[in-house]
Design a protein around this ligand. Structure first.
Ligand SMILES: Nc1nc2c(c(=O)[nH]1)N[C@H]1C(S)=C(S)[C@@H](COP(=O)(O)O)O[C@H]1N2
Ligand SMILES: [Mo]
Length: 438
């Protein structure tokens, strides 16, 4: 049986129970949500994954087997290593999970999300690049060249998670429009720059300040110079955190053009749309910033959960702040064949918005039982955390490894899908990879 990746996603997104029935003859028990595989369906699924499935009776219905859910259509992007390109104008590309195994994400493996057209490298003189600080709640508006920023303020380096608010969007049902990210719109490089707080304080923050907003040098897809592709911001409490940086270096090198050369804002743990690339202006606002992609349903979710497919009035949508707890299995790569007798080393990263990860658990039986992984401390606040474990698979066959992280606020990842929302944000469902014991 051959199933093309886009085909299987389409089938499952329009009607997962129907897809189960068409592909495998699998029926879903309405009480337990477990899938019933009849013998012929079981044979079809086992044939498709290439092995018997010891825990088939525990497998939930309506879920694409992880063996088919991975991105596999690799595509070349200059300077990038095996990223999957979702769109080429503007450029958007994500990283397959097995290429996110590094502790510190190298530039070649960091996802790219552009809303407009980046400035051209040739036209940028990094020393002469000017950052303007202003806005109605800035006491003394000023301009700084990059050289002046470097000279006047203390330098700081932090490893910070960047995750697109729409990471995981492809799994929502009904589907949400936008880049169909699977799991790869996340990374955790180190960033060097000055604290936004130090720069804002040098310009004076008025007592009525509530928000900051950024402006940048990329241009709108329409070509209209009066329009900004994106201009977002964060509340003052996030803007003034130690780790919120105006950065000029990523992993010790000038920030690559695609990631914001020569200057970018980095607000770790919040939707990466708040981390403005090609930064040329920061405004201190006496109201919630109202730049491009701050309003409507952009980077907003229903303030209260809604039924899938509901159309939600604008006043009932709330701005996304910290990203939810999440984890990724970066080794093994889904599809691995592993000798039954050997312990299987499994590892990945976990992160949790503004707080820390306190536990990562793994399951090889579709969530029936869980074991604890070893979890490392983060390099600094707002960096992702390495976890690893050794698993023994009980008999030959097809398994899925599920990873589930819990944060210091007592929240953990949902096993299947979190609350549906119109734009498909904040999918922090457990990551799954397929392994075959042989
Ligand atoms: N100026 C500018 N900044 C931007 C964007 C953009 O299009 N223009 N995209 C935002 C979004 S939506 C994301 S997810 C991150 C992506 O950062 P990266 O491309 O460096 O991974 O940048 C954010 N900053
Ligand atoms: Mo994003």
């Amino acid at each position: 049986m051959k199933i093309r990746k886009s085909g299987i996603h389409q089938l499952y997104s329009s009607n997962p129970e129907e897809a189960d029935w068409v592909l495998w003859g699998r029926k879903v028990d309405p009480l337990t949500r477990r899938g019933f595989l009849r013998n012929s369906g079981y044979a079809a699924m086992a044939a498709a994954v290439g092995a018997s499935i010891p825990f088939a009776h525990l497998m939930p219905g309506g879920l694409i087997p992880a063996a088919f859910a991975q991105s596999d259509n690799e595509f070349e992007l200059p300077g990038k290593d095996g990223l999957v390109v979702l769109n080429d104008r503007p450029i958007n590309a994500e990283t397959p999970p097995w290429l996110l195994d590094d502790d510190i994400t190298p530039a070649s493996r960091l996802f790219v999300r552009n809303n407009g057209i980046p400035p051209v490298a040739d036209g940028i003189d990094p020393e002469a690049w000017v950052l303007e600080i202003g806005g109605e709640s800035c006491v003394d508006p000023q301009q700084f060249t990059v050289a002046q920023l470097k000279e006047r303020f203390q330098h700081h380096t932090y490893q910070l998670v960047l995750e697109c608010g729409g990471n995981g969007r492809s799994e929502f049902n009904p589907p949400a429009k936008g880049n169909q990210w699977s799991t790869g719109a996340v990374g955790c490089p180190t960033w060097t720059g000055v604290r936004l707080r130090d720069v804002l304080e040098a310009c004076g923050i008025a007592s009525d300040a509530v928000y900051i907003g950024y402006y940048a040098a990329d241009t709108h897809l329409s070509g209209d110079p009066g329009k900004h592709p994106i201009s977002r911001g964060v509340p003052m409490r996030k803007a003034l955190e130690d780790e919120t940086l105006i950065a000029w270096a990523m992993n010790g090198e000038p920030i690559p053009l695609l990631h914001g050369y020569p200057l970018r804002l980095v607000c770790g743990g919040w939707p990466a749309s708040t981390s403005g690339k090609w930064l040329n202006k920061v405004v201190v606002r006496n109201q919630v910033h109202d730049g491009e992609k701050m309003g409507g349903s952009s980077y907003r979710v229903p303030c209260k959960p809604v039924a899938p497919g509901t159309s939600v009035p604008e006043e009932d949508m709330c701005i996304i702040e910290a990203m939810p707890v999440k984890s990724l299995v970066t080794f093994p790569r889904s599809g691995l064949s592993h000798p039954l007798a050997d312990p299987l080393l499994v590892r990945g990263h976990a992160w949790a918005g503004d707080v820390s990860v306190v536990e990562v658990q793994l399951s090889i039986d579709f969530g029936a039982t869980w074991i604890k992984a070893n979890l490392s401390a983060p390099a600094n606040r707002l960096a992702w955390q390495r976890w690893q474990a050794e698993l023994l698979l009980p008999q030959k066959g097809y398994y899925e490894i599920w990873a589930r992280a819990a944060d210091s606020d007592g929240r953990s990842q949902p096993m299947v899908m979190p609350a549906w929302n119109p734009k498909g944000y904040l999918n922090n469902a457990c990551h799954r990879v397929a392994v075959q014991a042989v």
